[in-house]
Design a protein. Structure first.
Length: 209
């Protein structure tokens, strides 16, 4: 998918007051989620310990708000040593998944530790999914507008997460970028609420995304 895109001037659709409310919502709901879901955290911890083939928590450097790196947290779903020196995109039905990891991935339970990332301020509930610098550099070769993504905290979910599926190709990465830029220009507390509700409904109904 060859794209020649001129760098554009993009405006954040969310004002200062809304961004403050959004951050307070993230703080309160992430802490509440950690407390309420603590039995689920414990159950997943026991499952991964019983699997006995590596650490429970997977940490990976991503690029986030204002272009600053941070470590995203996940319950480990892949075999230890699944990736060598060159980063590889995760794919649907990835053969590197462990049996427990496949279950966690299918039910989105591997993402639960990111509630701590949200509480710390590395992430938000709604925002663009954080990417590794290796892939960001490749995306920017096609579309220099990626830098606008740094105006937002990365999120647990987004319109692109819900409707673009696994970003396992450059084409999908570029579609995701455009969807995230559209979100930046049109975002509001109401839109965030709709994305969160849709995400919960998708998970409850077993929809794959």
């Amino acid at each position: 998918m060859e794209q020649h895109i001129i760098e554009l001037e993009i405006r954040d659709g969310m004002g200062l007051l809304s961004r403050i409310v959004k951050r307070l919502f993230d703080l309160f709901c992430s802490l509440l989620g950690i407390i309420v879901l603590s039995p689920v955290f414990l159950a997943v911890y026991i499952m991964l310990r019983r699997q006995g083939d590596g650490p429970v928590i997977f940490r990976q450097e991503r690029i986030g708000y204002k272009g600053n790196p941070f470590y995203i947290l996940k319950f480990r779903t892949m075999r230890v040593g699944s990736e060598n020196d060159t980063p590889v995109l995760a794919q649907k039905g990835d053969s590197r998944l462990t049996p427990v990891g496949k279950f966690l991935r299918e039910h989105h339970l591997d993402e639960l530790p990111q509630l701590w990332n949200v509480f710390k301020g590395d992430m938000s509930f709604v925002g663009p999914r954080p990417e590794r610098k290796y892939f960001i550099d490749k995306i920017k070769e096609h579309n220099p507008n990626y830098d606008y993504i740094y105006l937002m905290r990365p999120g647990l979910t987004s319109m692109a997460t819900l409707y673009n599926g696994y970003t396992d190709t450059m084409d999908k990465m570029l579609v995701r970028l455009q969807m995230d830029l559209d979100y930046l220009q049109n975002r509001s507390l109401w839109l965030d609420l709709k994305i969160i509700v849709t995400t919960v409904l998708f998970i409850v109904n077993g929809k794959k995304f």
